[in-house]
Design a protein around this ligand. Structure first.
Ligand code: HEC
Length: 122
């Protein structure tokens, strides 16, 4: 019995370790993000448009750097986040309500949010 208990615990441990890594934020690499997106431009757009909701969390917007709210969203990766930022998602208006933003500019703003807050420094 004892052997089974220990073995079961071991498997539970292994499985939960895998779940943690699957839900972690590892898939998004800071270096790759910086190579692909214009973070400086993203910062300017975030401050001008996105901060209106994401600084305060109004309408249940995930607050800037609130990892409890952001981590489960991050699991789906950058493409998914960018798609929601560009197309809109529930109370999140398409392109933050600023229709003149290009897809690339919206993506840069998402990348800025991710770059600043969502990736533990290595
Ligand atoms: C009018 C308020 C508002 C503005 C302005 C706004 N957002 Fe949001 N945003 C929201 C809300 C509310 C949610 C949560 C939607 C949900 O999960 O139901 C959200 C969610 C998001 C998400 C997470 C989507 C996901 O897949 O979970 C991203 C990324 C995002 N916003 C990016 C941006 C960017 C980039 C800008 C600026 C271009 C921006 N937002 C401007 C309200 C706003």
């Amino acid at each position: 019995m004892r052997f089974f208990a220990v073995t079961t615990l071991f498997f539970v441990f292994i499985c939960s370790a895998q779940i943690v890594s699957a839900e972690g934020i590892a898939p998004i690499e800071k270096a790759a993000l910086r190579a692909k997106y214009n973070i400086a431009q993203g910062k300017e757009i975030y401050e001008r448009v996105c901060s209106n909701c994401h600084d305060s969390g109004v309408m249940d917007a995930p607050k800037f750097c609130d990892l409890t709210d952001w981590k489960p969203r991050m699991v789906h990766g950058m493409e998914h986040l960018v798609k929601h930022a560009v197309d809109g998602f529930n109370n999140m208006p398409a392109k933050g309500g600023m229709e003149s933003l290009t897809v690339a500019e919206s993506a840069d703003a998402v990348a800025y949010m991710v770059d600043q807050c969502l990736i533990e420094p290595k």
